[in-house]
Ligand binder design. Structure first.
Ligand SMILES: C[S@@+](CC[C@H](N)C(=O)[O-])C[C@H]1O[C@@H](n2cnc3c(N)ncnc32)[C@H](O)[C@@H]1O
Length: 217
């Protein structure tokens, strides 16, 4: 990474490793859900503040996170809220009128969705990239959704923590490398939500630098 401070976290390495084991074993309503307890708290607060009418998630796994998002929307009174959750292996064993599961390969998100589709989604829109975590794939999602996001929307890039787990080489730099490129090229359109990233200490989150407000059309 060009900037050695970018993505630096106050979380000690042994704490990251221990928490990661627990996260991989955690489930919500019987479905594996790979969110850290810290990020569940950050998301809870964000969903209340933003009250998105649409959540677009890349990377469904077993649908646990999509179900949790839908339940949070319902709890917060977003009665017409929708979650679109896309994956290369779409979820096919969960029916919920608030959730649409579908196919997408994040190497080519444009094959699954059109920019017009994205622009027509009810706002505010929350987009979450939680798919392959390969640098080029993260960047392809970010560049794609950038064409449709407007001021007031919100973007989350998950799992920059992989760098601190020592596995970013496996992901060709991973989410943090993609974020650095995207933030450099997208000018002033996005602001890293420092209040959120640093709510529990500097980048004490599985998504360091990964909570982004879209601040300009
Ligand atoms: C980290 S998991 C998603 C976790 C889920 N959002 C949660 O919080 O429980 C990553 C998902 O990305 C999917 N995936 C991997 N490569 C992909 C690709 N090229 N395109 C789309 N999805 C991909 C995997 O099938 C897996 O379900």
């Amino acid at each position: 990474m060009a900037d050695s401070h970018f993505g630096a976290t106050a979380l000690p390495p042994d704490v990251i490793r221990t928490l990661q084991q627990g996260i991989m074993n955690w489930s919500y309503r019987g479905r594996p859900t790979w969110k850290s307890p810290i990020d569940l708290a950050l998301y809870t607060d964000l969903l209340w503040e933003l009250r998105p009418r649409t959540i677009l998630e890349f990377g469904s796994n077993r649908g646990g996170s999509a179900l949790w998002f839908a339940d949070m929307m319902t709890t917060y009174g977003v009665t017409d809220g929708r979650v679109f959750s896309l994956d290369i292996h779409p979820v096919d064993d969960l029916e919920d009128p608030r959730i649409v599961f579908g196919h997408c390969d994040v190497a080519r998100p444009q094959d699954a969705l059109s920019i017009a589709d994205l622009r027509n989604l009810p706002k505010p829109l929350l987009v979450i990239d939680d798919a392959s975590h390969v640098m080029e794939h993260v960047l392809s999602v970010l560049r794609f959704v950038d064409k449709a996001l407007v001021a007031g929307d919100y973007l989350i890039v998950e799992d920059g923590i992989l760098t601190h787990l020592g596995s970013d080489e496996h992901y060709r730099g991973g989410p943090l490398a993609a974020l650095q490129i995207f933030l450099a090229e997208s000018g002033m359109r996005y602001a890293v939500d420092r209040a959120r990233c640093d709510a529990f200490g500097r980048n004490v989150t599985w998504n360091p630098e990964g909570y982004l407000r879209c601040i300009r059309d």
